[in-house]
Design a protein around this ligand. Sequence first.
Ligand code: GTP
Length: 413
Amino acid sequence: PKLAVQLANEKNIVRRKLTGYVGFANLPNQWHRKSVRKGFNFNVMVVGESGLGKSTLVNTLFNTSLYPPKERKPPSLDISKTVSIQSISADIEENGVRLRLTVVDTPGFGDFINNDESWDPIVKNIEQRFDAYLDAENKINRMNIVDNRIHAVVFFIQPTGHSLKPLDVEVMRKLHTKVNLIPVIAKSDTLTDDEIIAFKQRILADINHHKIKIFEGPRYELDDDETIAENQEIMNKVPFAVVGSNSLVKAPNGGMVRGRSYPWGVIDVDNEEHCDFVKLRQMLIRTHMEELKENTNNALYENYRSEKLHSMGVLQDSSVFKEVNPAVKQEEERSLHEAKLAKMEMEMKMVFQQKVAEKESKLRQSEEELYARHREMKEQLDRQRAELEEKKTRVEQGRPIEEKGKRKGFSLR
Ligand code: GTP
């Protein structure tokens, strides 16, 4: 309930129908059919230090201005930093497939002298979304659960060219058991190609060293060669070196492109040779959306759920806890209710069997009665026939018919 309130309070929910081509209708057909019926939610959270270009990238990602335009002031006066968790939603429709895309923007961390626990609101928000889903699953009407869980976190790394910052490591470690982490190098236009290659390796080595689990893409066994190759190509780019831009600039060939213009040239964000933005978008919206959702549901959420239930189970013996924990109480009430239902079913079965037995015995009885009557009638008929036979022979032999009762002593002759 707390989350429901909080979600309702999240400001800046913008609902727009996007007209630009996004590309998720090109999904494999089977998945397409599954999703097309109900429409679906996809929730991405952007996390990273302030000013790394999160909002810009989100806008670039969906080829539209999802964010209300920010009033930019000179850096010294710029107080329009994200200070609370905000959701921005957009309805995207392509070829009849409906997608409700929600981007959750988080306050940039790392701005304070003491950054301890600066990730706390982010972790709490992710957990509250799990809790809300768990609550909804425990309700009697489990159809139409709205999935507000975070399916992917795009984690922005500052383009230092060195290694991961201790704060990044700490935040990633807090998040990796709860969400699909997708690391990206922010503002990668500030690094040369060689620096990007080296920085990527450094980041992956750091991630490995600190045993941070990042999203690794789908399991390959089930796919065909072409899909495997496509996945491999995308996953090889992790951490994606991204560049964001909301403005159109003039390319050397005279055309307009979405990019950034510098004295020495133009970076086109949609050109795969300039940055990995296209690959990131492809992964999120086209090729890996279902895996991200499935992994959230089957691994991350399941893990959270079982840990939560386990911790409640351990504490279940304490009657005080039982009193105050609505989830435990609800679970108990449900099993009581189920036991009651089972008992009622048993009783109904017994009554039914008894009624059937009664009816059967009644039927048997009337069958016997019918037989008896039949026998009786037959005997009566046999007797009548015998009498008639006798009368007949007497008439034929010219003998007077012997009246019953007059047989002895009298004769009509
Ligand atoms: P907060 O709102 O404080 O969380 O910041 P943010 O991470 O959302 O960053 P935002 O998108 O507001 O961008 C900050 C500044 O970086 C802006 O001046 C952008 O124009 C600039 N910027 C965004 N993306 C890029 C990029 O890819 N390269 C370069 N060089 N600058 C960028």
